[in-house]
Design a protein around this ligand. Structure first.
Ligand SMILES: Cc1cc2nc3c(=O)[nH]c(=O)nc-3n(C[C@H](O)[C@H](O)[C@H](O)COP(=O)(O)OP(=O)(O)OC[C@H]3O[C@@H](n4cnc5c(N)ncnc54)[C@H](O)[C@@H]3O)c2cc1C
Length: 412
């Protein structure tokens, strides 16, 4: 008989809710859902229109323990897991994926990475203010000429005789790179830079923590006129003979691949959670509208083509939600190893969210095409999820590589 892994006995497996596996997860969801309805929803339309980041609202997330959701309590965090991070991203993206993007860049891309990979001194000194919202963080990997081809990055860090590092280069597309309209740069940057070449002739990439006020660190231009995610700031960051003390190197020179790959799994999971939030909102909108709107003397939900939009959206939404929380359940933040599914679920769910948002616009007709009805904004926001945190094409590549390395995973 073939070997099939069976979970330990669980009396309540029939009532187990994969999206709210414990009481604590259900409570976080309820809290964020209320906060989203009361505080995030009312400001979403205006901040999208004006392309403005709501810094005051962002800082408030610290009061609720959300900015350090996966950070151990001893550093000011909430000490929860990947499922909790997914829940927060899903709930906030039901109303405002753009605002949520700023949250994700801070809490998952920067803060979680520091909590997992930073030294004791770095964590004790920096995490409390990042968890409270006093400091805003970002992660800087992409460059004007290098995105998917990340190892091609040209930003360089050179060790000086006095033990400090001197960093030169420009990073591009950095969410939270600037935090206001005056161009104030992020308080803390989790920065990847080239420090040499490995024995195998590959680029040696190292991780640095750059803090506001360090000489040579500057915010660059804010990128205007984005398709979506307009309530988060995206900017260039400039490092010009930027001097970073030895104590702000993370781990050893050349450790970045480890930091990047491990954290990318949480990043992809969190972006997928945004997709699920978008899909749920769009499905709710089209379902409600299909009962309210009449044409030819009937509710439009009686028309077969409308039924197809709703029926397919429901099935896809349920599939993406299950795959998301199944991946979250298995994602161990202290080690890598879930790339096959963090890529797989993002590949499926991001395009599904965009398609569901597109169907919602179609079901709402002309109303769907204007901002007040929300779904056109969610459609614009959903498109970013197919690009940021790895493009669809990079997921194709990774999945195919991983299945070549471990073909048996298909049978398990
Ligand atoms: C709003 C926004 C926010 C962002 N936030 C951040 C952030 O906070 N921090 C950060 O570091 N980056 C951030 N990014 C950058 C994002 O991660 C990159 O845009 C993404 O990785 C793609 O890189 P690229 O834009 O350089 O495209 P490229 O890598 O140049 O890709 C162009 C096209 O070529 C395809 N392609 C490239 N290589 C291959 C290949 N081997 N096989 C097949 N196709 C390939 C791509 O899939 C894509 O279709 C953000 C981007 C946006 C738009």
């Amino acid at each position: 008989m073939s070997e099939v892994q069976v979970a330990g006995s669980m009396d309540d497996w029939r009532t187990f809710d994969i999206a709210n596996p414990t009481e604590e997860h259900a409570m976080i969801r309820a809290m964020v859902r209320d906060f989203t309805a009361e505080e995030i929803e009312p400001q979403a339309l205006e901040h999208d229109r004006e392309e403005k980041f709501n810094l005051a609202l962002f800082r408030k997330l610290g009061e609720y323990g959300l900015l350090g959701i996966t950070v151990p309590e001893e550093y000011g965090g909430t000490g929860l897991d990947a499922t909790a991070a997914a829940i927060v991203n899903e709930e906030m993206s039901y109303s405002d994926p753009g605002f949520c993007m700023a949250y994700l860049a801070h809490a998952q891309l920067m803060v979680n990475n520091l909590a997992t990979n930073g030294s004791e001194e770095q964590k004790a000194r920096l995490l409390p203010k990042l968890c409270s919202g006093e400091h805003v963080g970002c992660m800087a990997m992409s460059e004007p000429d290098y995105g998917t081809d990340v190892l091609g990055m040209t930003t360089s860090a050179v060790l000086q005789d006095d033990g400090n590092w001197c960093i030169n280069g420009t990073k591009m597309w950095i969410t939270n790179g600037v935090i206001d309209e005056a161009g104030t740069p992020a308080d803390i940057v989790w920065l990847y830079a080239r420090t040499g070449t490995t024995e195998k002739g590959r680029p040696e990439i190292s991780t640095f923590i750059v803090e506001k006020g360090m000489p040579g660190y500057k915010g660059g231009q804010k990128i205007q006129d984005k398709t979506g995610m307009r309530a988060s700031n995206t900017a260039e960051l400039v490092f010009e003979d930027c001097i970073v003390p030895a104590g702000n190197l993370v781990g050893e020179p050349g450790n970045s691949l480890h930091h990047m790959m491990r954290n990318l799994e949480l990043e992809r999971l969190s972006l997928t959670a945004q997709a699920v939030g978008i899909a749920r909102r769009c499905l709710a909108a089209m379902n409600q509208y299909a009962s309210e709107r009449e044409a030819f003397g009937k509710q439009i939900r009686d028309f077969g083509q409308i039924q197809r939009h709703i029926g397919e959206s429901w099935a896809e939404y349920r599939a993406m939600r299950s795959y998301l929380y199944d991946t979250a359940r298995r994602l161990d933040l202290s080690s890598g190893g879930q790339r096959l599914d963090s890529d797989g679920v993002k590949l499926f769910a991001t395009t599904a969210a965009k398609t569901i948002a597109d169907r919602a616009i179609q079901v709402l007709g002309g109303y769907g095409y204007v901002g007040e009805y929300v779904v056109e904004r969610l459609w614009r926001d959903a498109k970013l999820l197919e690009i940021g945190g790895g493009t669809l094409e990079s997921h194709h590549k990774n999945i195919t590589r991983d299945l070549a390395k471990d073909p048996d995973v298909i049978e398990r």
